[in-house]
Design a binder for this molecule. Structure first.
Ligand code: AMP
Ligand code: ZN
Length: 122
């Protein structure tokens, strides 16, 4: 299976986009249409359609991907945040190249009285 798809926006972005952060095999970009004060997307360089195909990654890649999500959130100043991936069209996936949404409000951990917002309401 080729690692890059010609008709895939995220394949283009991971190879020639502007990153918030980058590590071997993965990039982080700002979401073009943010649904939280901080909305970062973590994207593997290799084209894997969705979380459904997570078995296509090696164990060390999965560990690195999860660590990179946490590192990127921390470096963005977040302590409290949501990590989300939509799987399939009817679940809200619009770009069929696996990506993780990191959603957070930099100041949210200072205001514990603020009600939590479900991702589906964002
Ligand atoms: P999903 O709906 O889970 O597939 O998420 C796709 C996300 O990609 C959405 O939050 C979009 O706002 C975001 N998006 C679409 N095009 C771009 C782009 N060119 N650069 C950054 N983010 C994008
Ligand atoms: Zn792709």
């Amino acid at each position: 299976m080729p690692s890059q798809r010609e008709d895939c926006l995220f394949c283009d972005i991971v190879h020639e986009g502007t990153y918030v952060a980058k590590t071997k095999g993965f990039v982080a970009i700002n979401d073009i249409n943010p649904k939280a004060q901080t909305h970062i997307l973590i994207i593997p360089e290799r084209h894997v359609e969705s979380f459904r195909e997570i078995g296509e990654f090696h164990a060390w890649e999965l560990k690195r991907m999860m660590e990179f999500i946490a590192e990127t959130a921390r470096d963005a100043g977040l302590t409290d945040y949501q990590v989300q991936t939509n799987v399939g069209r009817s679940a809200g996936q619009t770009i069929h190249h696996l990506h993780w949404h990191v959603l957070g409000d930099v100041a949210s951990h200072l205001d514990v009285s603020r009600p939590l917002t479900a991702v589906s309401e964002l």
